[in-house]
Design a binder for this molecule. Structure first.
Ligand code: SER
Length: 971
């Protein structure tokens, strides 16, 4: 029988006995955090066993993809060394759910030990014709019931039914989960068929377990306690590759048609033959070759199926296991003389033989091959570097006559050079050296502590300020400003530096420098740093004194209070009424970047594939950074396509779906919001959705329409860790800023940067004047920018010889250009914020002067008329002034003029009552005046703008306003 016939006959046998045949679940169990990989056929029914889930059937059978490389079931070390253990294998299984006396809707009851044992025996001996005298059955110590069934319902040799203890005959899926006593079937493959009972469960390849019938009765919890389950279940699992070896009469699983196509390919690539025998039969080097081929054949299956189901090699968890498997395979490849990537080229042989049953490996073949190839390449680089260092370490050890490689060296190899620990161990063994693994472990533990320290201290400090408020009200989704009052205010417990002794588990003490104060308001529009989006900055105006205090940072305590960080000795106290304002321009930029991040994420998934998922992100005002799982450097074409797709979505001006804040998690799931394994979601969530292009869980702040993003430009693409890429991008004003310097040389860029800086300095002093010192932005020290610009200036002129020096000069320029770009964006941010602030203050003072203008209005009947020259800095400002005049006029017409860049700008406003009575239109008034200054314009009846070039005629034209309005009114 071929392997596919064997698989089919198993499924058919159980289908004939009322079982529903289903597909294997993915080998990556996305919904079970207790498992890295599916390790048994029963995994997908765990919920049924625990009584939490239901299926429409009571009997079911399948072939399940399993990987056993970690946790309770780990066969990694045996693989290749013997002929019947695998990291990836198929498990044929049949199951029964629940009480035999309660039939399912279609008349098929569950079953238990009796049927499970009878059918297993019948399939093995009658259908497949295995010799009865070569089969052995084991039962759990006190499972007399199972023992009796074997002895009375089957014709097994009575002396072949053996009892074993917990280690062999009590099956558990992991540290926790459903479990129960089991009964195993072993086959005697000794040449003479004369195995003895001592050879069963003794780890002898000739007496091998082929099928395990588990009687699931208990659940084991985290404390180790067993609790009986509501019902009893059957869970059987047969090693497919083993049974193929038996039925095809091969001494090794690797000789069956499941593996031979892959082994054949490996032989072709390596020009080495596969002998297949075990050590005793052949010489040592052939044994090593055979072992290597088995390891590779096994590992490529694991990699293919795991990657095909969405896993990726990485530095942690499941990804790390895969990376180690690949590296192990690549290492064994080197034993066969393979120094270039080749494992990825074995995938087609596997696809050809297996995709008829597991089509996912065919549809993902290209992706699988790319990932494996990328990993092989990066491992080669790591290996080359590590090998050199390893040799240095070995010769140092030899010089000292030492037989040990120190833990410090091993750690350095691992930590700095990414050289796997097990590889160091293996290579040391080959040189008859030992590795000081306990020192290595010690260093690893210290490293873990350090990581914990930085992560936990910030939270620790924040949570130990003694802030008691809970749940501040956040109104910043649709407000940038609000009036509120101080509900909590904390100074540092001591003046000066102070010390916290951090939790015992963390060795060092934390020393906090710099003094701040902390305030909590009843309500706030300030966003606290979360989910990659940086905190808002802004200011607090104390309403009764008019004092303004700068907010430099905002964070959320674990009790959900939103805490604003302000300078020491700020004159603020409990209960004070305040007006708090976020830096609006900065926040709008953040919102654009956050929404752009979502568009980018989806563009990546569409262009590179759905394996792309977020691995980290930063949303700042001047740029956004997005890390994602992907195996290869992005090509220029891919980057261009991604940029174009995001810009297309911006141009489509897709509105953000309203009403998705604080909705039940289940509703969000129904919307198809992107959810990632390992992420935690609360009961109520926010969803950000832009049409059908992007739907994500997100608590951040976003634009209302994608059009507001303006423009999206990728700044850089690179790698952060192997398998994780990083894109940095800019939007809107910042994108334009980059376009401006795009074709400039280094020194031209530097000039541009200095220029922008000078303009910012100028703005700062204008802002200080206009705000009477009240703008917190006017207190910004710009010294940091100046310092960095001067640093960038310090570069010697280009060396004229074509030498190494020239190359290093160019490298230097390249990295400085990067820094300069960042600096230019930061200056732009400060400058833009200041411009906006300046506008606000000027408007404030100019609106004050609108009162005077209104008071001096002339009358035409009951209608007031104002015509005046004002000093607005932009057309927007002029329009704002028009609005404010219109509000103050009562009933009338206003005409304001100013000169901007040697041109006349005009705005005319008409109050609502006159518009409603159709007495006069703003457009007509402004049009007639504009004509007098050599221009034209128009607008809506209540507000219209116009421009003209003849500045010298402005006074004269304004003098005509009264008669023009009179003439228009008469009509
Ligand atoms: N769950 C048992 C095993 O994996 C039987 O399927 O061996």
């Amino acid at each position: 029988m071929t392997s596919s016939e064997i698989r089919n006959s198993f499924l058919k046998y159980f289908e004939e006995r009322g079982h529903t045949i289903i597909s294997s679940s993915p080998v990556v169990p996305y919904d079970d955090p207790t498992l890295l990989f599916a390790n048994a056929g029963m995994n997908q029914f765990k919920d049924v066993f625990l009584g939490n889930g239901k299926r429409s059937y009571k009997r079911v059978a399948d072939t399940q993809k399993c990987i056993r490389v970690s946790g309770k079931h780990n066969d990694l070390e045996e693989v290749g060394r013997d002929t019947y253990h695998h990291t990836f294998f198929e498990m044929l299984g049949n199951w029964s759910f629940g009480d035999p006396s309660a039939p399912d809707g279609i008349g098929r009851a569950g079953y238990y030990k009796k049927e499970a044992i009878t059918w297993a025996w019948e399939l093995l001996t009658k259908v497949w014709g295995l010799p009865k005298d070569r089969l052995w059955a084991t039962v759990y110590n006190d499972d007399q019931e199972a023992e009796q069934y074997w002895k009375t319902l089957t014709d097994i040799d009575q002396s072949h039914v053996l009892r074993f203890g917990e280690k062999d005959n009590f099956w558990e899926m992991g540290e926790t989960g459903p479990c129960g006593p089991c009964s195993e079937i072993h086959i005697d493959r000794t040449p003479a068929g004369n195995a003895t009972s001592e050879m069963v469960n003794a780890g002898i390849p000739e007496v091998m377990e082929i099928w395990n019938l588990v009687f699931i009765q208990y659940n084991r919890d985290e404390t180790g306690k067993l609790t009986p389950l509501p019902s009893k279940h059957v869970d059987t699992g047969m090693g497919f590759e083993r049974v193929c070896a038996v039925l095809q009469n091969k001494s090794s699983n690797y000789d069956t048609d499941v593996f031979s196509p892959i082994i054949k390919k490996i032989s072709e690539f390596t020009h080495k033959s596969y002998n297949g025998g075990m050590r005793s039969a052949i010489d040592n080097s052939q044994f090593e070759f055979d072992t290597s081929m088995r390891v590779i054949a096994d590992h490529v299956r694991t990699l293919t199926f795991a990657i095909g189901d969405g896993a990726l090699p990485s530095n942690e968890g499941r990804g790390y296991v895969l990376r180690r498997i690949l590296r192990r395979a690549a290492r064994f490849g080197r034993n066969l003389g393979m120094h270039e990537p080749f494992i990825y080229q074995l995938v087609p042989a596997l696809v050809e033989t297996m995709s008829y049953i597991f089509p996912e490996i065919k549809s993902n073949q290209e992706h699988i091959q790319k990932v494996i190839k990328g990993e092989e390449e990066s491992f080669n680089v790591t290996l080359e570097n590590g090998l050199k260092i390893f040799e240095e370490i070995v010769s140092r050890a030899k010089a000292l006559d030492s037989k040990t490689i120190s833990g410090d060296d091993t750690f350095k190899l691992y930590d700095t050079f990414g050289f796997p620990f097990d590889l160091t161990q293996l290579m040391a063994q080959e040189r008859q050296l030992k590795v000081d693994s306990s020192r290595f472990e010690e260093l690893m533990e210290e490293q873990r502590d350090r990581a914990r320290l930085t992560r936990e201290t910030k939270v620790f400090v924040q949570d130990n300020l003694g802030i008691e408020s809970t749940d501040s009200k956040f109104v910043g989704y649709d407000q940038f400003q609000c009036d509120s009052w101080v509900i909590e205010h904390k100074r540092h417990p001591m003046d000066g530096d102070f010390e916290y002794s951090v939790r015992d588990s963390i060795p060092s003490k934390l020393f906090v420098r710099g003094i701040s104060e902390y305030v909590v308001f009843d309500t706030t529009p300030f966003y606290a740093q979360a989910g990659g989006q940086v905190a808002d900055i802004g200011e607090i105006e104390i309403l009764n004194t008019g004092n303004v205090i700068k907010v430099s940072d905002v964070f959320k305590t674990s009790k959900s209070a939103i805490v604003h960080v302000i300078p020491p000795s700020s004159e603020i106290g409990m209960g004070m009424k305040v007006r708090i304002r976020v830096d609006q321009f900065r926040r709008l930029s953040i919102m654009r970047n956050h929404s752009a991040t979502h568009l980018l994420h989806n563009a990546l998934r569409r262009i590179l594939g759905t394996h792309v998922h977020q691995a980290g992100s930063l949303v700042a005002p001047d740029y956004l950074r997005f890390d994602f799982a992907h195996f290869a450097k992005l090509s220029d074409q891919e980057l261009a396509d991604i940029e174009a797709l995001v810009n297309e979505k911006i141009k489509e001006n897709i509105p953000r779906t309203p009403g998705l804040n604080n909705i039940p998690f289940e509703d969000a799931k129904k919307l198809g919001a992107l959810m990632f394994f390992g992420d935690k979601y609360g009961e109520r969530v926010n969803v950000i959705q832009f049409g059908d292009f992007s739907t994500e869980f997100c608590g951040g702040t976003h634009v209302n329409n994608t059009g507001e993003i303006g423009y999206f430009k990728i700044r850089s693409e690179g790698s952060v860790a192997s398998g994780v890429r990083r894109i940095e991008a800019v939007t809107n004003d910042y994108a334009l800023e980059l376009l401006k310097i795009q074709d400039k040389s280094y020194f031209e860029r530097l000039d541009y940067a200095f220029n922008q800086f000078d303009e910012t300095l100028q703005l700062k002093s204008e802002l200080a004047d206009a705000s009477g010192g009240k703008s917190s932005l006017a207190h910004n020290s710009l010294g940091g920018y100046e310092q960095r610009l001067n640093d960038l200036k310090q570069i010697r002129s280009i060396p004229n010889e074509a030498s190494q020096e020239l190359k290093s000069w160019f490298d230097q320029i390249k990295s400085r250009n990067q820094i300069m770009e960042e600096l230019i964006l930061q200056i732009a941010e400060t400058k833009k914020s200041m411009e906006k602030e300046l506008g606000r203050f000027r408007l404030q003072s100019l609106s004050g002067s609108m009162d005077d203008l209104t008071a001096s209005a002339i009358s035409i009947g009951n209608i007031k008329l104002v015509a005046a020259i004002v000093s607005a800095a932009s057309i927007d400002e002029l329009k704002n002034l028009g609005d404010s005049l219109r509000a103050k006029l009562g009933s009338g017409v206003g005409l304001l003029a100013c000169v901007i860049e040697d041109k006349v700008q005009l705005v005319c406003v008409v109050t609502d009552d006159l518009v409603a009575a159709k007495k006069i239109e703003a457009g007509k008034v402004v049009g007639a005046i504009a004509k007098l200054v050599g221009g034209g314009g128009g607008g809506r009846p209540h507000m219209a703008t116009a421009g003209g070039k003849d500045v010298e005629k402005l006074d004269e034209a304004l003098a005509q306003t009264k008669s023009i309005v009179e003439s228009l009114l008469r009509k």
